[in-house]
Design a protein. Structure first.
Length: 333
């Protein structure tokens, strides 16, 4: 495995940061005094989840080839939070239509500049206890997209540590072998299974779906053209008129007529020929709910710091899964 992606000058990153974060609104309000989308909140340390994502990505792909899509309502905040990473491009979208259009818009920006680009898509609400595990897994996913996927697209699946009923799962067509880094064909996706099914998935060595996706920009575009034709056709004129993307009124009109879509449900789960690469021993979790955030931080000093901050707000109900604040602080000290 090489230390950098092949053709590094043609490897780009998309960071999805346009979500509204409504499920975490009460927690971010308790900490920051306002309802921030979770990606712009400092929940697991001094940096926000958005900032942590960008710094992890910067170890793989240089900031000048990172495109982050955000809500236009939070554009100024996003720009403040990338001040120490010169070159990151902030792309505001007029309204949140889900991760389908949310991915297409930055993809247009990239393909208009480099039609041969390779692209890695990163959500901005992830937590890694051991972030060094991300880089080799992403490089393996880029290789797998080129070599193991007929569709030219590979997903990153996190090694499952428990029978979670709150996460999406990726079922490989063959059982994943410990330590394997190459791609396996994707057999199916399972979203938030019941307890019995989750246990079966764990025993089968299925992987948690991180929604980190790698492949050629063209392959992603063609997947979306097949499954989201209306959205692709709406944005395709901008491929040859990239300056028009700066015309906010035009983009608002485009978004006004565009239907919403979910990239995972409406594209990946319907696609053929995908590959999946396991990411081992990363201590990965998404931070989709307060309970998952608390679970991700167990055993780390960050949990004690979070509980202490929440305890200052007597109106915030600390999740039952969280240990008592004093116990956490003692364990972390």
């Amino acid at each position: 495995m090489t230390d950098l992606p092949k053709n590094p000058e043609r490897t780009w990153a998309i960071v999805l940061a346009a979500g509204d974060g409504t499920r975490m609104a009460s927690l971010t309000r308790a900490i920051h005094g306002q309802s921030l989308p979770k990606q712009f909140a400092a929940l697991t340390g001094p940096r926000t989840l958005f900032q942590q994502t960008l710094h992890r990505v910067a170890t793989i792909i240089p900031p000048e080839r990172v495109v982050a899509v955000v809500s236009d309502r939070h554009e100024a905040l996003a720009r403040q939070q990338v001040a120490d990473l010169r070159g990151v491009q902030i792309v505001p979208q007029p309204r949140n239509l889900g991760t389908g259009p949310g991915l297409l818009l930055p993809l247009v920006h990239i393909l208009a500049r480099d039609p041969e680009a390779r692209v890695v898509v990163f959500p901005s609400d992830h937590y890694f206890q051991r972030p060094a595990a991300l880089k080799p897994a992403v490089l393996a996913a880029l290789d797998a997209a080129a070599k193991d996927s007929p569709a030219g697209v590979a997903l990153l699946g996190a090694e499952a540590k428990e029978a979670s009923t709150e996460l999406g799962w990726i079922v490989p067509a063959a059982e994943e072998s410990p330590g394997r880094r190459s791609g396996l064909p994707v057999a199916s996706f399972v979203e938030k299974p019941d307890v019995r099914r989750a246990q079966q998935l764990l025993e089968r060595h299925a992987l948690w779906n991180t929604m980190i996706v790698a492949g050629s920009g063209r392959a992603l575009w063609h997947l979306m053209l097949r499954h989201l034709p209306r959205q692709v056709m709406a944005l395709s004129p901008y491929l040859t008129k990239i300056d028009a993307l700066n015309d906010r009124e035009s983009l608002k009109n485009t978004y006004r007529e565009m239907p919403a879509a979910d990239f995972s449900r409406d594209v990946l789960e319907r696609a053929d020929g995908l590959a999946v690469v396991p990411m081992m021993d990363a201590g990965w979790s998404d931070c989709g709910t307060p309970e998952r955030l608390i679970g991700a931080l167990k055993g780390t000093p960050a949990l004690g710091q979070l509980i202490e901050r929440l305890s200052r707000n007597s109106h915030y109900p600390i999740p039952r899964s969280a240990p008592a604040s004093n116990d956490v602080l003692a364990a972390a000290s």
